[in-house]
Design a protein around this ligand. Sequence first.
Ligand code: OXD
Ligand code: MN
Length: 609
Amino acid sequence: MATALEKWVEEQARLCKPDRIHWCDGSEEEARRLIKIGVKEEKVNGQAIFHKLNHKSWPNGYYHRSHPTDVARTEHLTFVCHPDKDAVGPNNNWMHPDEAKEKMRKLSNGCMKGRTMYVLPYTMGHPDSPYAKSCIQITDISYVAVSMRIMTRMSRKSIEKIGGSEDFVKGLHSIGDLDPNKRFIMHFPDEHLVWSIGSGYGGNALLGKKCFSLRIASWLGYREGWLAEHMVILGIEDPKGKVTHITAAMPSACGKTNLAMLESALPGYKVWTLGDDIAWLNVGSDGRLWAINPETGLFGVAPGTSMKTNPNMLRTLKADKFYPTLFTNTALDADNNEPWWEGLDEEAPKNLMDWQGKPWQSGQDSKAAHPNARFTASIYNSPTLSKEFDNPKGVPISAIILGGRRTQLIPLVTEAFNWQNGVFLGARTGSETTAAAIHKEGVLRRDPMAMLPFCGYNMGDYFRHWLNIGKRLTNPPRIYSVNWFRADENGRFIWPGFGENIRVLKWILERVNNKVEARKTSIGLIPRLKDLDLSGLNIPARQLDKLFEVNPEEWQEELRDIEKFLSQFSGRLPKEILQEYQALKEQLNNNGSLEDIEDSLRFTDRGGA
Ligand code: OXD
Ligand code: MN
């Protein structure tokens, strides 16, 4: 008798009407076959799916160009479909599940005619982890099938694990006809189902990633008592060899991958990578917070990635281990058959094709690589992979960083006074928008815990859930905000960033281990400059002050904006968050930054520890 899984696949095949069905096994041999098909036979819009790159310089590298309208996540076409609109909240687009299903059924009818239906069995999380989830995705494009092999643990074992059960995560994906008017990414949390049509882009099409591991998983976590977060996980080794694990949430394209693979500018410190995008967090029996990365791949923004900004990522991209590595919408050096993007080298190659395949000249207005051009590479290729990566239990977390991209106002690093204050710190975080989603770039929007586009339920409930998790932690991680992006009056970043960010991580480790004091300001605890290791850096004192400045006048507009944002959730906003907001307002309006001024006068030693 057919299992629930087989029946579900048959049902989708009856609707989508593919020419063929292929059940994938996730093997390297199969990936090689799919790539071959994508190079030679399979086409979208008359264009081959994959192009083989120069394997001498980029071993296992393949190039993919997407449809020009399909280059980023489409938040406005992304819906959470549940009968209770309030539970979904104002942070999501809502549609009733019946309406959504009808719409999707019409769009999907016959959408795979002439194509192959690939059935992908995979697990999010290590299969032996109690937190792992068994999943099935259907897709009709080899690019997605191969990407999912990189990003997840894809294997027939997942089918065995599901067995006869109905309890598995379902994803139905078709690129459809790539018409943006017929593009939808629908989430049905009660059924653990994601249904996506009309896009082949990562976050819209690799359904184990944002759609399941964040939107639906956050919903599951809310009900089951855990957190699904948009966070990197890393281990920081100090000169004595002690490794401390932390997580960090930052909005898309704000340097999470660079942080996860950071090459330390300080001797003796080393960063070990466990994940660059998603963390599932559980309260352990020891009262600590434990993290696993459900993914196995790195889907990072290519522009700006270089031997200077992220050497470990380039080493990963050039590794000849896990097959394959994909480059999407970068430019192409036609002479050398290599991928290229702005920021990779100082000079662009002479004979360059842009991300749409048109000849491109240096000095041209448009970019050669799309600003959201991506690479997809296995984390197993990373030279900094933590030896804990495959530990089914995960790693215990000592600090959580909640960051954003702010050219003004927000200090380099701030420690929350306690968990509750930290939840508020996360709730009030804003960030300037980037090219990772289709919208105007550089506009400030509130992005709590970097989860605004990914929290699958009402954010008011989400803040309460964070507070409740805190109550169960007898040994909670400390919570920090960081901002690498504060700029001077000429718009130049003050902080050098990248490998130098280890200096901030070092301070965080010292705080976590109670080795240094901090100075109190209205918005949180800030480093005493003498405790921040600035050795070898040459930042003028005036600029350093600017990095940590808390100016109550400048905060007035911020306060209004925070209030406006939070008021959307009024009926469901925890009173603790309101209390924190009131306390911040009073602090800023009463005693302002007096303590700051005293401190910056007292600490004239800029040399660091
Ligand atoms: C991503 C994103 O792709 O956040 O990770 O957009
Ligand atoms: Mn992300």
